[in-house]
Design a protein. Structure first.
Length: 98
């Protein structure tokens, strides 16, 4: 079984997702999928990042094109200093496998 980690970062002004552990073919196919819908994404060496919510990423990765399923979920809220003020960042983390 192959495992990946999907992390959603949510602040009052934006939401993005980071995916770690994707197979190179899945990363390329996912990049093609998002670019086809003009959704901002970035395929880095160690992770894949996209500017949509976690539930949308889960639906795409769980679909027939990728066939991943959710194994576990966790959540944390962090206080982070950004630009001289403290902001709460909610992180949702899912482990998926296929």
């Amino acid at each position: 079984m192959h495992y990946i980690i999907v992390t959603e970062f949510e602040t009052p002004s934006e939401t993005s997702c980071r995916i770690k552990g994707l197979l190179s073919t899945d990363a390329k196919n996912l990049e093609t999928y998002f670019l086809g819908f003009h959704i901002n994404c970035s395929n880095m060496q160690d992770f894949f990042e996209v500017d949509i919510s976690g539930d949308q990423v889960l639906q795409i990765l769980g679909g027939s094109s990728f066939n991943y399923s959710v194994i576990s979920q966790s959540m944390a809220i962090e206080n982070t200093a950004i630009g001289g003020r403290t902001v709460k960042i909610q992180k949702l983390v899912w482990t998926m496998g296929k």
